[in-house]
Design a protein around this ligand. Structure first.
Ligand SMILES: Nc1ncnc2c1ncn2[C@@H]1O[C@H](COP(=O)(O)OP(=O)(O)OP(=O)(O)O)[C@@H](O)[C@H]1O
Length: 259
């Protein structure tokens, strides 16, 4: 499913403007990376796709349908999210976390009894292997898995319902570089082979360049670059990674006042 942002803006209740005039069309099956430094507006934009945030201006459409209270329950069955801190239930087993990925399509009695259909269990095992985990990991509590294993489990869970859209919010921020590459490769394969639209926020320019079909760079809530990685030049980078808004090391008075 494709995603359209039409004149999207966001102003928080305290007056902070997070986004302004965002017009983007992300076609189905594209691996689109939102790049920008902390506070640029990446998470806010991402979270508007599954209704975790609402725009103050404009609207978001998925497959032509506006994202709103009426459309969200059905849309959420087709959208999965991958989180920076994995978003797993730490005290639950790997298996329980995996099955949680199938919850939107399960009747309540199955969830309460844990009696999942054979097809769902088989799919969980297939996906587990696909992300490089073993069945032994299913029995272990999430908190006993390494960071890399937890993020792979998070990905396998996201793939459970074969989502049309994956929203990945800084999915490699807690991982070492080699694992970060593996996670982005799994997302890229999902986009290429399953036609899943992947919208992924990242800080790291080298990873964005290596994996994205398209980069959208945000700076102070505005899209200042939109194109293939090869077109991103040093001038764009200088703007994206200019000093952080309002806080410079040469302003100790501000820092003193804030503590
Ligand atoms: N609930 C909120 N209330 C007020 N301001 C907020 C809220 N959430 C985010 N912001 C502000 O909105 C702006 C955009 O934040 P956002 O989290 O989207 O940025 P980001 O690019 O994802 O940053 P990071 O890379 O650090 O996650 C920032 O100025 C942030 O401080």
């Amino acid at each position: 499913m494709d995603i359209r942002f039409e004149g999207v803006g966001k102003v928080w209740p305290d007056g902070t403007r997070a986004l302004a005039d965002i017009d983007l069309h992300v076609p189905a099956g594209q691996f689109c990376i939102l790049l920008g430094h902390s506070g640029a507006g990446k998470s806010t934009l991402l979270r508007m796709v599954n209704g975790l945030e609402t725009p103050s201006e404009g609207r978001v459409r998925i497959a032509g349908e506006p994202v709103d209270k009426r459309s969200l329950p059905a849309l959420r069955r087709r959208i999965a999210m991958v989180h920076q801190h994995f978003g797993l239930v730490q005290r639950a087993s790997g298996a329980a976390n995996m099955m949680a990925g199938a919850l939107p399509a399960m009747p309540l009695w199955r969830v309460l009894t844990g009696l999942y259909p054979r097809a769902v269990r088989t799919r969980a095992c297939t996906l587990l292997h696909a992300v490089g985990l073993e069945e032994a990991h299913l029995a272990r509590r999430a908190e006993r898995l390494s960071g890399g294993q937890q993020q792979r489990l998070g990905l396998a869970r996201a793939f459970m319902l074969d989502p049309a859209i994956i929203l990945a919010d800084e999915p490699v921020a807690s991982l070492d570089p080699a694992l970060g590459h593996e996670v982005l490769e799994l997302l890229r394969v999902q986009a290429r082979e399953r036609g899943t639209t992947v919208l992924c926020s990242l800080h790291q320019i080298d990873l964005a360049r290596a994996f994205a079909d398209r980069i959208v760079a945000l700076h102070r809530g505005q899209a200042i670059f939109d194109g293939p990685p090869a077109k991103l030049d040093e001038r764009d980078l200088a703007i994206i990674y200019a000093k952080r808004d309002g806080i410079e090391p040469s302003q100790p008075a501000i820092l003193r006042a804030a503590v």
